[in-house]
Design a protein around this ligand. Structure first.
Ligand SMILES: NC(=O)c1ccc[n+]([C@@H]2O[C@H](COP(=O)([O-])OP(=O)(O)OC[C@H]3O[C@@H](n4cnc5c(N)ncnc54)[C@H](O)[C@@H]3O)[C@@H](O)[C@H]2O)c1
Length: 368
């Protein structure tokens, strides 16, 4: 079943189409923009799995498209790769009447979206997410950008796509690990916004998600709907949209300190564990609520004892580079229950003393 969620912001509106075998919908979305040429940006893994199929479908629809591959991986979400791709497009004389398709996971979406945001002062792009993480989270909302030696996503833009085409059939090629990696972002959304949906995640067959396909579709659709609503209410992340960063202050530090060996979703998984413990220590959630979060994360491979590989001093130092920091002081999104966040004076992210963060980190390490 194909379903469409609409995002309407102050400046734009676009559809998010979720379903299976959506090549025709992708071609229709491209044609609607009336671009003369199309650049399909995809990493080499995605090119190998889906390149022929997607390029064939575009060609069949009479669309003049060319593929721009780049090496897969978070390490390539850089300014250098943006420049490389833009120079390739300039060399091939792609004009302002061109359109980009970001075909891939969150790395491709962020990178290709930033290429689009800055190419000839901005050209349109379409998100065609191929990982669970990109479908439930990163392809929606128009945050695009790159990592720098100074931190995650420290250069970027708000640049909304013209459409998001989420073809669930692509997920059949994901490894269990990549599937779970994406599931952490859906869990983040539900922990902060929808306790009922969180319960439903337990029913998923993680080893063979297509055995519970209907539930998978519902989880993806629910996560997209929540993210779309948040984007509509706070496009520029000045208030409510900060909630998407639950687990990310610690998570981004872990991702950076592991030199991207721990992938984004798993890093956020560890981040959610520690930030839930902080919420408990500050009296915002009960110990039993924390325990149920810890147990749910443990089932997916998040174990506090693995945090021992990081020193708390380096975590605290790296967290200062987080974009929510104010005056060099890291801020945290905290839970006020399962499915809701702590708000104080209209603020969604809060400073927390180094003592509390250290205590939370140490308790998590001890499995408490
Ligand atoms: N912009 C946002 O709002 C936002 C939100 C959350 C995360 N992010 C970003 O998203 C990134 C993580 O995204 P990701 O986990 O999708 O990483 P990714 O794009 O690197 O994809 C993970 C791996 O899966 C492979 N892959 C992609 N599609 C596949 C498929 N269908 N079958 C098999 N393999 C496939 C890729 O080649 C890659 O090796 C991070 O950079 C993070 O910062 C951005």
């Amino acid at each position: 079943m194909t379903r469409t969620v609409h995002v309407k912001t102050k400046h734009t509106s676009y559809p998010i189409i979720v379903g299976e075998k959506l090549e025709r919908e992708l071609a229709a979305a491209v044609k609607k923009e009336g671009a003369r040429r199309v650049a399909v940006i995809a990493d080499n893994t995605v090119v190998r799995i889906l390149g022929t199929r997607i390029m064939g479908a575009l060609k069949k629809a009479g669309i003049r498209a060319e593929l721009f591959p780049f090496p897969a991986g978070e390490r390539n979400k850089t300014q250098e790769m943006v420049t490389k791709l833009q120079h390739q497009m300039l060399k091939k004389k792609f004009g302002r009447d061109s359109l980009i398709i970001a075909l891939g996971g969150g790395v491709t979406g962020d990178l290709a979206g930033f290429v689009a945001a800055t190419y000839m002062r901005g050209i349109p792009y379409i998100q065609a997410p191929t990982t669970l993480l990109a479908m439930v989270d990163s392809s929606i909302g128009g945050k695009v950008g790159i990592n720098t030696p100074f931190g995650k996503n420290t250069v970027g833009a708000f640049w909304q796509p013209r459409a998001v085409i989420a073809d669930i059939a692509f997920l059949q090629y994901l490894s269990r690990k990549e599937f779970v990696n994406g599931l952490f972002e859906a869990i983040k959304t539900f922990l902060t916004s929808d306790a009922l949906a969180l319960n439903r995640v337990r029913g998923l067959d993680i080893a063979s998600p297509f055995k519970t396909k209907k539930l998978l579709q519902e989880i993806i659709h629910r996560s997209i709907s929540i993210k779309a609503g948040i984007t509509e209410r706070d496009e520029r992340e000045s208030g409510e949209r900060l909630v998407v960063n639950f687990g990310h202050t610690i998570g981004h530090a872990i991702e950076l300190l592991s030199r991207f060996k721990i992938s984004h979703g798993y890093s956020v998984g560890y981040g959610m564990l520690v930030e839930s413990k902080i919420s408990e220590l500050l009296g915002f959630i009960s110990h039993s609520e924390y325990e149920s979060i810890r147990n749910a994360l443990a089932e997916l491979g998040i174990q506090g004892k693995k945090l021992s590989q990081f020193s708390i001093a380096s975590i605290l130092e790296t967290a200062k580079t987080d974009k929510k920091s104010k005056g060099g002081v890291p801020h945290y999104v905290l839970l006020s229950g399962i499915g809701s966040v702590h708000k104080k004076g209209g603020m969604y992210a809060h400073p927390v003393s180094a003592g509390i963060v250290t205590k939370a980190f140490n308790l998590c390490r001890q499995g408490k």
